[in-house]
Write a protein that binds this ligand. Sequence first.
Ligand SMILES: N[C@@H](CCC(=O)N[C@@H](CS)C(=O)NCC(=O)O)C(=O)O
Length: 216
Amino acid sequence: MGIVISTFEWVPPFAQGWVRDLRPRWALAEAGLPYEVNTLARGEGDGAAYRGWQPFGQVPAYRDDTVEMFESGAILLHISQMSDVLRPRSEQEAAQVSAWVFAALNSVEPRVDNLILPAVFHPGEDWVEGFRPVAERLVEFRLKSLTGWLEGRTWLTDRFSVADIVMATVLRALQEEPVLGRYPVVKAYLDRCLARPAFAEAMEAQLATFRAHEPA
Ligand SMILES: N[C@@H](CCC(=O)N[C@@H](CS)C(=O)NCC(=O)O)C(=O)O
């Protein structure tokens, strides 16, 4: 069977390039591991079969010859064990990578989502503009902390790791936001992550899936 990840067969243009199967695609590209995609048609995520694989009906889900799982952070930690490129080289490195995967998903992503998603999903609603400065301030706390950690470092840990993939896929939602420009150390880190050829490869692979299922 080999490695299989789930993704939607198509999403509207505003979401293309942002679907979270980008994370395992990127990790697998870094690792040089081949994979197949299980594309979900509209509504298929609600079916009992898929819910048995991904209980929330979301993407990505993942399976290989040994395990079946969901949650992009957990999937990336699993993938990191499968290749010499991404496998941590010590217990301490593994602990740091896990910590940063959780930090990206738990301490940073909710704040970024709070800033970005209201305008995407509630355009024109009165409360959105009022909430924005609050959300921006909360993002700034995290960008300031990240600046402190990243100063003098190339990656979150000693080597590029799956934690950088998760953090970069979280932070890139801020690319068009003025707030990121106020934190040049974080911006430079993000640019470094996104300059990796494996990111471009993953992005092209995601977009190719959507192109192949473009509605008539
Ligand atoms: N915490 C999950 C979030 C996955 C997620 O939000 N996936 C989105 C696509 S980017 C999704 O499936 N949305 C549809 C839904 O939530 O019903 C992970 O990181 O894997």
